[in-house]
Design a protein around this ligand. Structure first.
Ligand code: GDP
Ligand code: MG
Length: 175
């Protein structure tokens, strides 16, 4: 949570990707350690914050979530404004959500700062038997586009903390 402490940095990070890949649940898990199977119960807030310490500095992560604006080009430029990090999320059981990463990346690069730190996330890795995106495909794409890459499960908490800490540490490192 946020305490009455001195904040050294505020970093805006945006979540993008197709509908139903798990963006809202990743954020709920990271910010509040919560998860819901019925995501519609989640109220569409613009962003959530979480304060953490990196290298003795207090960093407030302000993480933005799309509230049902996932249709192509429906996300407005205000959403991207000031973002220093982006999480490109696909569902590893839905090939199409991975194929759409090209578009999301193009849209992101069209709006965001040059030096934005981007992480590709293959979510729902708890559903390994339904895998539709080989890890090598994602690694290759990430390498080609210069993105960090991780597979996560918001349901089981796998790599959720790690992926946010990784992107925030890298943002801190270059700022
Ligand atoms: P969003 O539209 O990208 O924000 O997706 P949501 O966060 O609303 O999640 C869509 C659905 O996928 C919901 O039913 C979630 O409970 C489910 N979901 C999200 N993350 C995971 C996960 O890591 N594993 C599994 N099995 N289901 C997930
Ligand atoms: Mg959502």
């Amino acid at each position: 949570g946020d305490y009455n402490q001195k904040i050294d940095y505020v970093f805006k990070v945006v979540l993008i990707g197709d509908s139903a890949v798990g963006k809202t649940q990743l954020l709920a898990r990271f910010a509040r350690n919560q998860f819901s199977l019925d995501s519609k119960a989640t109220i569409g807030v613009e962003f959530q914050t979480k304060t953490l310490i990196v290298d003795n500095k207090t960093i407030k992560a302000q993480i933005w979530d799309t509230a049902g604006q996932e249709r192509y080009r429906a996300v407005t430029s205000a959403y991207y404004r000031g973002a220093v990090g982006a999480m490109l999320v696909y569902d590893m059981t839905k090939r199409q959500s991975f194929d759409h990463m090209v578009r999301w990346l193009e849209e992101l690069r069209g709006h965001a700062d040059q030096n934005i730190v981007i992480m590709l996330i293959g979510n729902k890795c708890d559903l390994g038997s339904l895998r539709a995106v080989p890890m090598e495909d994602a690694e290759e794409f990430a390498q080609r586009e210069n993105l960090f890459f991780m597979e996560t499960s918001a349901l089981e908490s796998t790599n959720v903390e790690t992926c946010f800490l990784t992107i925030l540490s890298e943002i801190y490192r270059i700022h």
